[in-house]
Design a binder for this molecule. Structure first.
Ligand code: ASP
Length: 404
């Protein structure tokens, strides 16, 4: 009902107004005098009209010679805008709205859009990743590329989870915005256009496409399993870690420069393995953290542990005995809170003890990527196989060599 104009009866009177988002469960109406009024007990008389928030819906012309792209919207800042006339209303992000907001997209591809979720990405759960992976899998059978609009906070978790679940022969591009499209400094339109260009290009993998600098001059396409949000608010918050970005897309020319290796379009067969084991935990070690934290999760049935250790991959020596017990029936992967660089547990005694206890070195994987990888492996393979595969590079999440 949000965004619709309704007529209601309450306290013996008739009221008309636009339904606003409400966090209390009460009906909140923006009345014609501009004030908001809340109603607990009311009778709905009539839904009068749907209020268009973003101007007219244009007719979308389809061009036979252009590729077809599906945009799946999941929410976040890129999908939200405030209408200062009516109050806060989130965009529905239909194909018409996208094309009316960013008309240049129609020169790149024919767009179909689907609103899957309208949630802030901090509310994403592994089950949302599974549902999304299935939708993308279906869309890839029909379309030349898929774009997923997503909140930026956890975009790298979702993107990496999808990259493991879905082997794609076509581009699957995640895009977000740090500033909503009603702000002059918004990055939404440019990020979307660069994503559209990528989604019809010669690449066959899951990527994240966001501003490459604080200017409006280029975007980077990052490999989904090598990227991380590294700043709370800058438009170039996303960075490839322990790898180069896959491509640079100049703006406004939209020329693509391929920077590092990539899976090419058509190189892999479309395949979906859509199970995830949710009982996997990521624990950040800090000086003084008690190893009981491991016991706690183990007692709750968790059999996948990713540790964000210090430096080359350490935790304090008094964790070793607990880890030895946990490793008997669990996969424990060590990553580093340095983020940059590779785990090497053969240098110091602590590291060697960790290896003896059964802890697996996570190579140069990001902690979040080790987490989604372990969820994927424990969901789809038996325990011994998962243990073997976690150390193996599957889709570019582990670079063979570290470059400095
Ligand atoms: N909290 C928002 C989200 O992740 C921020 C954003 O979209 O940029 O959904």
């Amino acid at each position: 009902m949000i965004g619709k104009r309704v007529r209601i009866k309450a306290k013996g009177k008739i009221f008309e107004g636009i339904v606003m988002p409400s966090f209390t469960g009460n009906l909140v109406l923006k009345l014609d005098n501009g004030y908001n009024a809340g109603f607990k007990d009311y009778e709905l008389i009539e839904v009068l009209e749907e209020v268009r928030i973003q101007g007219q819906k244009p007719e979308i012309a389809r061009h036979e010679d252009l590729p077809n792209v599906k945009i799946i919207s999941t929410g976040g800042t890129i999908a939200s805008r405030v209408d200062y006339r009516t109050g806060a209303v989130t965009s529905q992000f239909t194909a018409e709205e996208i094309v009316s907001d960013v008309p240049e997209i129609a020169e790149i591809c024919n767009v179909d859009a689907e609103l899957l979720y309208n949630i802030l990405s901090e509310n994403m759960k592994p089950n949302n990743w599974i549902v999304l992976a299935r939708r993308v899998y279906e869309a890839l059978k029909e379309y030349d590329g898929v774009i997923i609009t997503h909140g930026t906070d956890t975009m790298h978790y979702t993107a990496s989870a999808l990259a493991f679940m879905l082997l794609t022969p076509k581009p699957v591009v995640f895009v977000g915005a740090q500033r909503s499209s009603d702000r002059p400094s918004s990055d939404a339109a440019m990020n979307l256009l660069c994503s559209a260009k990528l989604s019809v290009s010669d690449v066959g993998e899951v990527l994240v496409c966001m501003h490459g600098s604080t200017n409006d001059d280029f975007c980077y396409a990052h490999r989904a399993v090598k990227v991380r949000k590294m700043h709370t608010s800058r438009r170039d918050a996303f960075q490839s870690i322990n790898a180069k970005p896959v491509a640079r897309i100049d703006y406004p020319s939209l020329n693509i420069e391929w920077i590092s290796w990539r899976y090419r379009r058509g190189e892999r067969e479309l395949k979906l393995l859509d199970k995830l084991e949710e009982k996997v935990v990521l624990i950040k070690f800090f000086p003084g953290l008690n190893a009981d934290v491991l016991e706690y999760f183990h007692s709750k049935g968790y059999r996948g542990f990713v540790i964000e250790g210090t430096g080359l991959g350490h935790v304090s020596t008094d964790w070793i005995n607990t880890l030895k017990r946990i490793c008997e029936d669990s996969v424990v992967v060590m990553t580093s809170q340095c983020l940059h660089g590779r785990i090497c547990d053969r240098v110091y005694d602590t590291g060697r003890d960790l290896l003896k206890a059964g802890v697996i070195e996570g190579e140069d994987m990001l902690p979040e990527v080790a987490l989604t990888k372990l969820m994927f492996l424990l969901g789809n393979y038996d325990f011994e196989e998962a243990k073997k595969l976690v150390k193996k590079n599957l889709i570019g999440e582990i670079e063979p060599r570290s470059t400095y």
